[in-house]
Design a protein around this ligand. Sequence first.
Ligand SMILES: *Cc1c(COP(=O)(O)O)cnc(C)c1O
Length: 236
Amino acid sequence: MSLAARLSAIDDRIADAARQAGRDPGEITRIVVTKFHPASLVSELRALGVTDVGENRQQELTAKRAAVEEAAQHAGGSDGRSPLRWHFIGQAQTNKAAAIRRASDVVHSVDRVRLADALHRAADGDEVCDVLVQVNLTRDAGRGGADIAEAEQLAEHVLGLDSLRLRGVMAVAPLDEEPAAAFARLSAVADSIRRLAPSATWVSAGMTGDFVEAIHAGATHLRIGSAITGPRPARG
Ligand SMILES: *Cc1c(COP(=O)(O)O)cnc(C)c1O
């Protein structure tokens, strides 16, 4: 199957799941996760109308974004398409915060006060960076994400940093649990944070293996990689 065919097959499944859940497919953003894949794949996706892409490592994100933007200019600059939105979805080291902020439009993985502070300090002028509080739904504290019990406090902290705009929450479902049960916990955290910040409406959840369950649990942003891009090449 071609890239275009895989993309439209996934979009059909997203739309079906949304309708089944009584939701409007238009309120769901599909982010294509392009990690490990070359910049040329991102350019192909953009030519197919993709507007949102996700990366999980800062160096790869920085290099790929530069390469994609250069290729677009080389191809004649304005091709009538809006610029891509780049989503950072990986665990973030505090000392990479400035580079992550420079290369991303949205940071999904704010999971501690120190990281939020570092992203805020890296602000350039008065531009604002969209962020999500990442919630750890597993029992393993080593996984990315704030504990459910701490997520609300972290959200309050982010609300005090004026160069960050809190948009909502993000999570990855644990491997050893039904995704629906895990996403229900995320949905409860999302509700409590929305009470603090009514505009923090995004719920970033759902990957290739569990996006249908995520849609049923209220996800607004899906992060889908391999079902669209095909298997990931080995990291070089
Ligand atoms: C890789 C990745 C995805 C996409 O995974 P697929 O199973 O390939 O769809 C989504 N979210 C995060 C945080 C990832 O690292």
